[in-house]
Design a protein around this ligand. Structure first.
Ligand SMILES: [Zn+2]
Length: 196
């Protein structure tokens, strides 16, 4: 990585530290997460430091981990909602006012970075776009392939509520009564079978 690239800061850390944090959390460095770091960085800057933010992510791929690495929002603490829409976009918003910013990969802008465009649109074989090339491309692009818009969140902001819990007569485990008179697994809708 060239000097200028490693001097760039994203999410309050150097690009080098950012890559190390991604690898530690995600298991490997994925270009989508580096891109995600720049998206979170911009959304956080727009929202301001003093705002308690919740997050909504519009894809299961990569971006949820960018939120979990670079913000206090996680899937488990309920401050991040993940929508399976496969759009490379995320929003950070004030959990009190529900206003905030959506940041997305703007494909029209991404065209000026052919590696980025071809990577996202899967127009180039993976071997032609190795990680070093993609990291350099993403860091060079910085915010120039992204767009943002101010938003007010109208859905998906409510905390996930826990309903009533009882003991399942089939397995003896606690389960939400909203599932019926037995847990889903005992109703035959489980995801596993017992092995000997
Ligand atoms: Zn059961």
């Amino acid at each position: 990585m060239s000097m200028e690239l490693s001097d760039i800061q994203v999410c309050g850390r150097s690009v080098k530290k950012c890559l190390a944090d991604i690898e530690a959390f995600h298991g490997f460095t994925a270009p989508g997460l580096v891109l995600g770091a720049f998206m979170v960085d911009w959304a956080q800057e727009l929202l301001g430091d003093d705002v308690e933010a919740d997050a909504i992510v519009e894809t299961h791929h990569c971006l949820p981990d960018a939120i979990q690495i670079f913000t206090p929002c996680t899937f488990g603490n309920g401050w991040m909602k993940v929508l399976d829409w496969d759009k490379f976009a995320l929003s950070l918003y004030d959990k009190k006012t529900l206003t905030g910013y959506r940041v997305w990969l703007d494909l029209e802008k991404a065209r000026q970075f052919p590696n980025l465009y071809n990577w996202y649109m899967r127009l180039a074989p993976k071997k032609d776009l190795p990680l070093e090339v993609m990291v350099e491309t993403v860091v060079n692009a910085n915010r120039d392939a992204l767009s943002y818009g101010p938003i007010r969140v109208t859905q998906f902001h409510a905390p996930l509520k826990k309903g009533n819990t009882e003991i399942c007569p089939g397995c003896g485990e606690a389960y939400p009564t909203a599932q019926g008179t037995q847990c889903l697994t005992c109703q035959g809708q489980g995801y596993y079978e017992l092995q000997q």
